[in-house]
Design a protein around this ligand. Structure first.
Ligand code: 1HE
Length: 270
């Protein structure tokens, strides 16, 4: 039985560049810096970390979206100042820590994309679990043109999404993909019409929120490790997780509901 979150709203209300709202068991995190195309400043990195590290226990899923004409213009270039190598490493590691909270936090995260999804904005999108793109979305890694390198986990996550060869091309040539091509190469899971991204993302998040929490946990935290493991370790880990999940009360209740014809059947298309 799900209850609505009783969030620590004071903590979320104090955030300046993010709007955090609660819709039942779904947390909506909205990038709210439209005048700078939601460019990710150090402050925004820290706020993303705070928001995702403090998702309330009652929440079951989250949605990330962006205000204005673009999802996110990536790193706030105005903050690219003279840094020592050590400071540069720490800067990148702060992004890693924040996006780690997105990918390996408490709840699955759906991201609703539109307009520019570039540089660090694409790295943020890559840390989410499900990506919904409006037809206006476009993807690029302009780090090459700016003389820098990805630093928000893109070098780890993007080759796993679209392949090393495609990422190499994007970074070397500045190639941008439109929403349709982004869908084909696997940058988005869903492609929707203009203005529909957030609603579609919220629908998906509500569907995710209806799953057994342990299944969602396993998909977020165990499946990626199995996928990267050697097959023998992967099969063993899978069997352990399967046994733990089936032993959960939630699984028993859901199977009972199915045999009592109280549970929805699988439909051909969703
Ligand atoms: C910014 C940024 C930014 C816009 N940092 N201020 N990212 C990039 O290389 C992308 C750079 N941005 C763009 O290519 C364009 O701005 C957009 C395609 C995203 C949007 O274009 P447009 O015409 O809607 O907006 P605009 O007029 O270019 O920008 C509006 C304002 O936002 C303007 O400021 P204003 O004070 O003149 O009004 C821009 O300067 C500001 N703005 N993007 C700072 N990125 C962890 S490593 C990650 C490395 C990266 O992410 S590299 C990629 C950086």
């Amino acid at each position: 039985m799900q209850t609505s979150p009783r969030p620590n709203t004071a903590l979320f209300d104090a955030l300046r560049l993010l709007q955090v709202r609660f819709d039942g068991t779904v947390v909506h995190v909205h990038l709210n810096r439209p005048d700078k195309r939601n460019a990710i400043s150090d402050e925004m990195v820290a706020e993303l970390h705070t928001a995702f590290a403090n998702i309330p226990p009652e929440a079951r899923a989250a949605v990330v979206s962006g205000e204005g004409t673009h999802f996110c213009a990536g790193l706030d270039l105005s903050e690219l100042e003279e840094r020592t190598v050590a400071e540069g490493i720490l800067h990148s590691r702060a992004w890693h820590a924040a996006f780690d909270q997105v990918q390996f936090g408490r709840v699955p995260v759906v991201v609703a994309l539109h307009g520019a999804v570039v540089g660090g904005g694409l790295e943020l999108a890559a840390a989410a679990h499900v990506r919904v793109a409006e037809r206006s979305a476009f993807y690029a890694l302009p780090e090459g043109q700016r003389g820098i390198f990805v630093g928000g986990g893109g070098a780890v996550r993007l080759p796993r999404l679209i392949g090393l060869a495609r990422m190499t091309d994007m970074m070397l040539t500045g190639r941008a993909y439109n929403a349709e091509d982004g869908q084909i190469i696997g940058l988005s899971h869903y492609l929707v019409e203009a203005g529909q991204g957030l609603a579609a993302g919220m629908d998906l998040a509500r569907r995710i929120a209806g799953n057994a929490p342990l299944t969602n946990f396993a998909v977020m935290h165990v499946l990626p490790r199995i996928a990267e493991a050697d097959p023998a370790s992967g099969f063993l880990t899978e069997s352990l997780m399967a046994a733990i999940a089936q032993d959960d009360e939630e699984a028993r209740l859901r199977l009972k509901a199915f045999f009592e014809k109280q549970a929805p059947k699988v439909r051909g298309k969703s």
